[in-house]
Design a protein around this ligand. Structure first.
Ligand code: 5GP
Length: 114
């Protein structure tokens, strides 16, 4: 059996995380190595390795994640704006093979990304 990802271990409560939101479909927690004053990771409970691996029937789940991100941005008072990032695959810079979105805020972002 494939080894659990670090995010699956957080879902299963095997390792601690600063969880700020959870429901039956997803959870959100502070990134262990923040790249901005606010850096939250939002993940589905469903084990999906990456954005490239989503199924058509995951569309409502993906929509839910974006609604949660919208609400978190409001809750975290990111009214000046924020960035949502999904790293997909090796060239995308993905390091944890469990679908996740980064919510970054409280500093101005630059473009293009590195
Ligand atoms: P990726 O590079 O795959 O897009 O993002 C993975 C993110 O997970 C990184 O920003 C990294 O800092 C974060 N991360 C890795 N391990 C842990 C952990 O054990 N706890 C938390 N809270 N974040 C983690």
């Amino acid at each position: 059996m494939a080894e659990k990802t670090i995010f699956k271990r957080i879902i299963d409560g095997e390792i601690p995380a600063k969880i700020i939101y959870q429901d039956d479909l997803c959870l959100a927690f502070h990134d262990i190595s923040p790249q901005a004053p606010t850096h939250v990771i939002v993940i589905p409970r469903k084990e999906i390795p990456s954005l490239a691996a989503i199924a058509d029937e995951d569309a409502p789940l993906l929509g839910h994640l974006l609604v949660v991100i919208r609400d978190l941005a409001k809750q975290l008072q990111l009214e000046r704006g924020f960035r949502v990032v999904n790293n997909c695959g090796p060239y995308g810079g993905q390091t944890v093979d469990h679908l996740h979105f980064h919510l970054l805020g409280e500093r101005p972002m630059t473009w293009p990304p590195g």
